[in-house]
Design a protein around this ligand. Structure first.
Ligand code: SAH
Length: 230
C-alpha cells in the first residue's frame, strides 16, 4: 500500500482535510496509509525542547539536527525505499510531474519544518530533498505537506472516480485546461458555446485543444515556451 510518514510538531493537523472527500474515503478503504509522527517525542529534557537559537545570531529558532535525526532514525528502517522530502521554500518547486513520480512509487516520507527552519546538518546527514510549494512563506511545513500529499494521493489507482479525470487536466499535457460548462444552457444571458452542444466529438476535442492552447499562451507564457522546446 502507498504509505506516507509525516514528521511534524503538530501531528493533530493530519489527516486534516485529507480525511474528507476522495482522499478520506480512499484512506478509510486502505488505498493509502498515513502516519503522523510527533518530532517532540524525541525532544530534550523536561520540556522536550526541539529547537534552539541560531548559531551566529539572528531572530527566531532553529529545529535541532539531533532531535530530528533521532525521530527519523527511530521510525524509519535504513532500507526504507521512500523518498525523504523536507518541505522548504528553498526546494525545487512542486509540479504535477513530481507528484506523479511519487504517486507511482512506494510512498513518501515528509518532514515539516517550523520556526526559521531546520539545522542544515540534518538535511545533509539524512539525505533530505527540499521541496517548495511556491514562492511564499508559510508558518510551517504542515500545510505544504498536506498540499503535496493531496497532489499525490488523488493520482493513486482507485482514488479518483474516473481514470480519465486525471489525464485531461491542467499540466498533464503541458497546457492549462479548457473552460468547463454545465446546465443550465442559458445563465444570466450567457450561453454554453454551440460547439459543445453539437454532439460532434471530433469538433469538440479540436475546440477544447484550441482553447487550452490560447489560455496557456495568454496566461502562462512560461509553460507555452517550455512546450515548444520539448
Ligand atoms: N526562514 C525560512 C522560512 C521558514 S518558514 C526562509 O526564509 O526560507 C517555516 C517552515 O515552513 C519551513 O521550515 C518549511 O518547512 C515551511 N514552509 C514555509 N514556506 C514553505 C513553502 N513555500 N513550501 C514548503 N514549505 C514551506
Amino acid at each position: 500500500m502507498w504509505s506516507a510518514s509525516v514528521f511534524t510538531l503538530y501531528p493533530d493537523m493530519f489527516p486534516g482535510p485529507l480525511g474528507q472527500s476522495m482522499s478520506g474515503t480512499a484512506l478509510g478503504n486502505g488505498l493509502w496509509s498515513l502516519e503522523a509522527i510527533d518530532i517532540r517525542d524525541h525532544g530534550l529534557g523536561r520540556h522536550r525542547a526541539v529547537d534552539d537559537t541560531p548559531a551566529g545570531g539572528g531572530p527566531g529558532m532553529v529545529l535541532r539536527a539531533d532531535v530530528l535525526a533521532n525521530s527519523l532514525d527511530a521510525r524509519l528502517a535504513a532500507d526504507d525505499p521512500r523518498p525523504r522530502l523536507l518541505l522548504s521554500p528553498r526546494g525545487e518547486t512542486l509540479t504535477q510531474k513530481l507528484a506523479r513520480r511519487w504517486a507511482d512509487g512506494p510512498g513518501i516520507v515528509l518532514v515539516c519544518g517550523r520556526f526559521e527552519g531546520v539545522d542544515e546538518r540534518v538535511i545533509e546527514g539524512r539525505g533530505l530533498t527540499e521541496i517548495s510549494i511556491g514562492d511564499y512563506i508559510l508558518s510551517g511545513g504542515e500545510i505544504a505537506a498536506l498540499t503535496l500529499l493531496d497532489a499525490c494521493v488523488r493520482l493513486l489507482p482507485g482514488v479518483m472516480g474516473k481514470l480519465e479525470s486525471g489525464e485531461d487536466e491542467s499540466f498533464e499535457n503541458g497546457l492549462l485546461e479548457y473552460p468547463h460548462y454545465t446546465r443550465p444552457r442559458e445563465w444570466e444571458g450567457r450561453s454554453i458555446p454551440d460547439v459543445l452542444l453539437s454532439g460532434d466529438h471530433a469538433k469538440i476535442a479540436k475546440w477544447r485543444r484550441a482553447q487550452a492552447e490560447d489560455l496557456t499562451r495568454a496566461r502562462r507564457p512560461d509553460l507555452w515556451a517550455a512546450r515548444e522546446t520539448e
